[in-house]
Design a protein around this ligand. Structure first.
Ligand SMILES: Nc1nc2c(c(=O)[nH]1)N[C@H]1C(S)=C(S)[C@@H](COP(=O)(O)O)O[C@H]1N2
Ligand SMILES: [Mo]
Length: 320
């Protein structure tokens, strides 16, 4: 994204930003640990709220056996530009999002278009928990237990026409609830898209919760997409519309800067972002602070066995 995190990755960002951030880095170091520097975030509304449980059965076949990122980071270190561009903004500002009533319309090239209430959508298929690695294009990653079911279950229900080649996801855009919309940083509503086979891939999760609780608003309540082999921005939050199209849909970050953000945006350590390398990442957490070592980013975020065949024969430098 253009708005680089202000504390974490000095070596991943532009010299100008590094200069501007030096002070906050020094502050974080002086505080003795990164955790201390983050402390103010935790007192915000997000952590005061008592989340509602969501019962889900762990699907171990689709879950990493890796240490999960602590809940406090998953819910306070976010990108959700509708609520501001700083990582702490969504947790601080998303309280104004109204998640009930909420309807989602599924339309476009399908036999059975439908408008569903969120509570009906929740019951459409058994709720699973899946522990996925998430990699942001900015160079950080988390391991998150998501609760949801495969998007394919919903897609099959509406019976796409043969002409449907892509699926578009559209997030809510309501100025009354989303203070970030007053800035034109991106062209609202936030929108994303997948090719049909990507949307049907069993990894693609229609997501309602995390850590066995309904999604916190800052994580995209009441329903979002999670696509773990792609950079985080493909996983649109707080969606109100799913549309089936013949043409490749326009997507927010691609419209913002097509050279920096392609339609595919598969995690790929060999294809750098024009302004920084994608070869490594830092896992968000409190253990080692700003000096956390870089870890190697894996092709398709480690999901190659499940997804690489969809891109066979494609030049991934061209289709980034
Ligand atoms: N509507 C909407 N969806 C969005 C974003 C956003 O700004 N608006 N940010 C994206 C980015 S860049 C990332 S990394 C993930 C972050 O999800 P998380 O905060 O739940 O970890 O959400 C994605 N989905
Ligand atoms: Mo991201």
């Amino acid at each position: 994204m253009r708005f680089i995190d202000k504390t974490l990755f000095p070596s991943d960002i532009t010299p100008k930003t590094v200069f501007e951030n030096r002070r906050s880095l020094i502050k974080a170091a002086a505080a003795g640990s990164f955790g201390a520097a983050l402390a103010p975030w935790f007192s915000r509304e997000a952590l005061a709220a008592t989340p509602e449980k969501l019962s889900a059965t762990l699907n171990s076949a689709y879950s990493l056996k890796e240490e999960t990122t602590p809940y406090k980071y998953v819910t306070t270190y976010n990108n959700f530009y509708e609520f501001g561009t700083d990582k702490a903004d969504p947790a601080a500002n998303a309280g104004s999002l109204q998640t009930r009533p909420w309807t989602i319309s599924i339309e476009g090239l399908v036999k059975k278009p439908i408008t569903l209430d969120i509570d009906a959508l929740l019951k459409l298929a058994p709720m699973e928990e899946r522990i996925y690695r998430m990699r942001c294009v900015e160079g950080w990653s988390m391991v998150i237990p998501w609760d949801g079911y495969p998007l394919s279950k919903l897609i099959n229900k509406v019976e796409p026409l043969g002409s449907a080649k892509y699926v578009e996801f559209i997030s809510l855009a309501d100025r009354k609830q989303m203070p970030g919309l007053s800035s034109n940083v991106i062209d609202w509503p936030y929108r994303e898209g997948l090719r049909m086979d990507e949307a049907m891939n069993p990894l693609t999760l229609l997501t309602f919760g995390l850590y066995g609780e309904v999604l916190p608003k800052q994580n995209g309540a009441p329903v979002r997409i999670v696509v773990p082999w792609k950079y985080g921005f493909k996983s649109a939050k707080s969606i109100v519309k799913i549309r089936f199209t013949e043409e490749m849909p326009k997507t927010s970050w691609n419209m913002f800067d097509a050279r920096e953000y392609g339609f595919y945006s598969n995690v790929n350590p060999q294809v750098d972002h024009p302004r920084w390398s994608q070869a490594t990442e830092r896992r968000i957490g409190d253990a080692k602070g700003v000096f956390a070592p870089k870890i190697k980013t894996q092709m398709f975020n480690g999901y190659g066995d499940q997804v690489a065949s969809m891109y066979a024969g494609m030049d991934l430098k061209k289709y980034y």
